[in-house]
Design a protein around this ligand. Structure first.
Ligand SMILES: Cc1cc2nc3c(=O)[nH]c(=O)nc-3n(C[C@H](O)[C@H](O)[C@H](O)COP(=O)(O)OP(=O)(O)OC[C@H]3O[C@@H](n4cnc5c(N)ncnc54)[C@H](O)[C@@H]3O)c2cc1C
Length: 377
């Protein structure tokens, strides 16, 4: 059963390998010993980025761990970037509506998602993604580059396909990484997968022929983004003793974050049905939600009515929760919150101090973000 205990054990197991990470992380080798495989936990904050950073710094000097720390912070950067530009998520979702209808019956799209193309290495990547729900970062980069530039398919459909299968599927990291490969994140820069790079970093497991990959695509025209928004405002109200706290998939250890801890709270875990998720992701989430509910000794709830009944039972006239990030969780928690408001149970939003401190810096490129925040880690 997937649990926080398993996540912590995996983190402990990886810590001694952190100093080697910078040199070996790009190699895609069976067993994936070179990388942590922590993303399926960190994505849902079964363990938080902050906890991971702390554990690494408890065991290694910052210089020896810098690359790993940077990668952990890429996730925070992408989250912050999308929080400041929610319209990018909205237009991705809007594009999908029209692209789905134009491509759903196209041969090239069907061959790609069924792992039935002329490219045997690409077909193997599809098969691994669908069967395991995991893909190494370098394979994700090759996969998305081949999808966009060689198979000539819209990046949005590739992002949705990957999100559906990845156990760590994350609206910000996934959508924005696809945009980065497609050349929309850094104007003029695209990521092109090259045969020699694939052969080198797969130890010659995959050796595409030069004619199989398109290696000279032109970058797309730069887009005009809407101006940055501020992070959604929060209430400054501190949850009183014995308040009702709703945990959700974006932050399954919010109870340990300090914001709510030690207040004798009543917890529940919001467990709505999942959209765009494979069967194995649904199974993982059911275990993670169940593990959280057990840990906080609270029920799983999936409707406003269940939360209202609970609120009345424990004598609370409002509920508290962490602000979910732009993406599917924000949509479902916002819906729950407006239904609760209609039942006269307002929901008060909070944000971890870590997010409040770091996310506003995700205004331009990652390395500027890193320079601004690294001393505060
Ligand atoms: C096209 C594409 C799509 C992606 N989609 C997702 C996604 O849906 N969900 C997701 O969690 N990551 C996504 N990533 C980022 C990255 O590939 C995964 O986080 C990483 O491969 C997870 O494996 P790991 O835990 O072994 O990583 P490690 O290499 O061990 O890294 C440690 C941790 O750092 C974070 N991290 C590392 N690299 C990145 C990165 N580039 N961006 C954000 N966080 C990072 C993750 O939390 C990861 O668990 C995507 C990357 C690309 C190129």
């Amino acid at each position: 059963m997937s649990s926080r205990a398993e996540a912590l054990a995996q983190l402990r197991d990886f810590i001694p390998r952190v100093p080697r990470y910078a040199k070996t992380r790009n190699y895609v080798r069976p067993g994936y010993e070179e990388v942590s495989r922590l993303s399926r936990w960190i994505r849902y904050r079964v363990i938080s980025e902050e906890e991971c950073v702390q554990s690494v710094l408890d065991s290694h000097p910052a210089e020896a761990a810098e690359k790993f720390l940077q990668e952990l912070l890429w996730r925070v950067y992408w989250k912050g970037w999308l929080e400041l530009r929610p319209s990018v998520w909205d237009s991705y979702r809007k594009d999908l509506i029209s692209l789905s209808s134009t491509h759903k019956d196209s041969d090239s799209y069907q061959h790609a998602i069924n792992g039935d193309t002329q490219l045997s290495f690409f077909n193997e990547w599809v098969s691994e993604l669908v069967t395991t729900g995991y893909m190494h970062n370098h394979t994700r980069m090759w996969f998305s580059s081949v999808w966009i530039f060689t198979l000539n398919l819209p990046w949005q459909l590739g992002a949705r396909f990957m999100y559906h299968h990845l156990l760590d599927g994350d609206p910000a990291s996934n959508t924005l990484s696809w945009r980065w490969v497609a050349g929309l994140h850094t104007p003029g820069k695209i990521y092109v997968a090259r045969p020699d790079n694939i052969a080198t970093y797969s130890d010659a497991r995959w050796t595409p022929k030069p004619a199989e990959l398109r290696v000279d695509p032109a970058p797309p025209r730069p887009e005009t983004l809407l101006p940055l928004v501020e992070l959604p405002p929060l209430s400054s109200e501190t949850p009183p003793e014995a308040s009702l706290i709703i945990l959700h998939d974006d932050d399954l250890s919010a109870d340990l974050s300090g914001e709510f801890a030690g207040r004798g709270a009543h917890y529940c875990v919001f467990a709505p049905s999942l959209v765009e998720s494979s069967r194995q992701k649904i199974a993982l989430m059911s275990e993670l939600r169940g593990d959280t509910a057990q840990r906080v000794r609270g029920p799983l709830v999936s409707s406003a009515e269940e939360v209202s009944v609970l609120a009345r039972k424990v004598g609370c006239d409002r509920a508290h929760t962490m602000m979910p990030r732009v993406g599917f969780e924000r949509d479902s928690v916002t819906r729950l919150s407006s239904e609760l408001r209609a039942s006269r149970i307002p929901v008060v939003y909070h944000r971890r101090a870590w997010d409040e401190r770091l996310m506003p810096h995700a205004r331009s490129g990652f390395f500027k973000f890193w320079e601004r925040i690294k001393s505060s880690l």
